[in-house]
Design a protein around this ligand. Structure first.
Ligand code: PMP
Length: 397
């Protein structure tokens, strides 16, 4: 070892030690290299059914849809970069078109598009909160929302997951102390696949003039509502949600994110939201593709119904094997407990041709490592039956 390598090792010891610790707890992560072929993935020469994708409607694999899209754009006009932020020269007409489509579909005054859901959630909350704001956030919200809260000046209290009597008590206790209270939740939760009680949240919000609702529909848009607009559409409460956020990278087979909201909120975000202001805009071709998919979203009711049916079959199958969860959606967790058990279960499923992945801390709380099945509409009933058949009952472990 030469002197340079020695000093480098010394400087890197803390990183190496930390990684060693992660390995010891089976929480070390690496990036898999995979080849996608329709609903299957090939890893290390092994072909498996992809049960870990968020392509909930199967649109990312729909070659017919892609072909139809290419017919709508002129090759010489395709742009893969916007080369600037939106406030400078990156605000292509494709943005106006996409935002007009969003606000027309949702029936809102305005819409604003962001580069991704992570940007949306880490940017909106810091922009709209100050020290006179109290955020009441569900205990199981996504990391991007937690990071947004951390970056904001608001005080935050986390309420127990979906425990609305606690939330109601908190609102009652604090509504006079703060200028505004923002309740932050997902509609379908990303790791448990269960659902927030939107009608109850809306009822609560309506009781107080200074209570606002922030709803992340990343896992519900495309999947819920007859138009595929999410749970807020399904429950008829779009206009009650002050910050209605969703992403394009899952069921919508694209990338980016949106908020549909009142005009004043849009104007405010354009002026105040740092991840909106200080980033290069999305490529115009991505925006065009997103608009194209959005315009077709209402047509996919059959896919949504099929997805609901196979998800219900998987949930029932897992329950019969002794795995219980609160899932009410296409995200179906199979709780293993320790990370080592989740890793072993994933390996076994993969040996049998099913690409299911372990989800471990810090993504989920300690002791709740799991397999997170994430079903897509191109999975068949037969395939779900085969998955269930390969799972050993809890009692046999
Ligand atoms: N919100 C939720 C609930 C999510 O699950 C995710 C990503 N998994 C995001 C936001 C972030 O969205 P994006 O991937 O577009 O950054």
């Amino acid at each position: 070892m030469n002197k340079n390598q020695e000093t480098e090792r010394g400087e890197l010891t803390r990183f190496l030690d930390e990684l060693q610790l992660l390995k010891k707890k089976d929480n070390f992560r690496t990036l898999p290299t995979l080849v996608h072929q329709g609903k299957e993935v090939i890893i290390g020469g092994e072909r498996m059914l992809n049960l870990s994708s968020n392509d909930y409607l199967g649109l990312a694999n729909d070659s017919g849809l892609l072909k139809a899209f290419w017919q709508t754009v002129k090759p010489e006009e395709i742009k893969f970069s916007s080369s600037s932020s939106r406030l400078l020269t990156g605000n292509f007409a494709a943005y106006d078109e996409l935002e007009a489509t969003l606000s027309s579909l949702f029936g809102t005054e305005a819409a604003l598009v962001f580069n991704c859901g992570y940007h949306a959630n880490t940017g909106i909350l810091p922009a709209v909160c100050d020290t006179k704001t109290l955020i009441l956030a569900d205990k199981l919200i996504h990391a991007s929302l937690i990071d947004g809260i951390r970056l904001s000046d608001a005080k935050c209290i986390r309420y127990r997951h979906n425990e609305y009597s606690q939330l109601e008590r908190l609102v009652e206790t604090y509504h006079k102390e703060y200028e505004q209270i923002i309740i932050v939740t997902e509609s379908i939760f990303s790791m448990d696949g269960d659902e927030a009680d939107l009608p109850r949240l809306v009822k609560l919000k309506r009781k107080y003039p200074n209570v606002l609702l922030y709803l992340d529909e990343a896992h519900a848009v495309g999947v819920r509502g007859t138009g595929g607009l999410g749970c807020a559409e399904a429950y008829g409460c779009i206009s009650d949600i002050d910050f209605l956020v969703g992403t394009f990278g899952k069921a919508l087979a694209s990338s980016g994110a949106y908020i549909v909201c009142r005009q004043v909120i849009r104007d405010y975000l354009i002026n105040k939201m740092r991840p909106f202001i200080f980033t290069t805009a999305l490529p115009p071709v991505t925006l065009q593709w997103t608009s194209f998919v959005l315009r077709h979203l209402a047509e996919y009711q059959e896919k949504r119904e099929h997805l609901a049916a196979i998800s219900s079959n998987l949930r029932t199958g897992l329950q019969e094997k002794g795995y219980f969860s609160a899932s009410a959606s296409q995200i179906v967790p199979m709780i293993a407990g320790e990370s080592s058990s989740a890793v072993r279960m994933a390996e076994e499923l993969q040996r049998k041709g099913f690409y299911a992945l372990p989800v471990r801390p810090p993504t989920v709380p300690e002791g709740t490592s799991r397999i997170r099945f994430s079903l897509t509409a191109d999975v068949t009933e037969e395939e779900v039956k085969r998955v269930i058949a390969t799972i050993r009952p809890v009692s046999s472990k």
